[in-house]
Write a protein that binds this ligand. Structure first.
Ligand code: AMP
Length: 185
């Protein structure tokens, strides 16, 4: 199974991605997590990415695409993966197409978690209090939602035209949303 999980910040993507990837025995590959761990470890990649993360901007494709290409080529991703947070731009869609082609694989499904802006703002505010993520402050949060709407929502259109998108209501308990996702798999 090669799955892309989409949805606005605060829709519960990360939580669901962990659960679904365990159920399906495929790696959960989160570009946000990879960036954050590199920032934490002070790697060259992390140092390059930090200013974009802190501002709620997308890290340039020139950095992001190579990072994902390397990750998908690792042995644990050979039988499938769940991508969380990638692709986020049209250019990244084309890059992913090319990565999958060179690996002899195809994308099976794009799950889009849909949630109302008021709900995701509430969730992000709660997460800011709990986790202290540097990009969960009110202004940066709103900016990330705008960036998502502008740049990422058109991606569902492209995948929709390929018949790959399944929309899932993100409002409800974690278990309810998991069941809705699993119903498509
Ligand atoms: P996330 O944890 O998915 O919300 O991602 C956190 C931050 O990491 C984003 O706001 C971006 O700065 C960066 N990031 C994650 N995935 C990507 C991507 N596919 N392209 C560019 N930047 C990304």
């Amino acid at each position: 199974m090669h799955i892309v999980l989409m949805g606005p910040p605060g829709a519960g993507k990360g939580t669901q991605a962990k659960i679904i990837s365990e159920k399906l025995h495929i790696p959960h590959i989160s570009t946000g997590d990879i960036f954050r761990s590199n920032v934490g470890a002070g790697t060259t990649l992390g140092n390059e990415a930090k200013k974009y993360l802190d501002a709620g901007e997308y890290v340039p494709d020139s950095i992001t695409n190579g990072m994902v290409r390397d990750r998908l080529a690792q042995a644990d991703a050979i039988n499938g993966f769940l991508l969380d947070g990638y692709p986020r731009t049209l250019n990244q869609i084309h890059e992913l197409d090319s990565m999958l082609k060179s690996l002899g694989q195809t994308l099976d499904l794009v799950i889009e978690i849909v949630a109302d802006t008021d709900v995701v703002v509430q969730r992000l505010t709660a997460r800011a209090a709990q986790e202290g993520r540097s990009d969960d402050g009110a202004d940066v949060m709103r900016h990330r939602l705008d960036v998502y709407a502008e740049q990422t929502a058109p991606i569902t259109k492209v995948y929709g035209e390929r018949g790959l998108v399944r929309q899932v209501d993100g409002i409800g308990t974690v278990a309810e949303v998991t069941d809705r996702i699993m119903a498509h798999l």
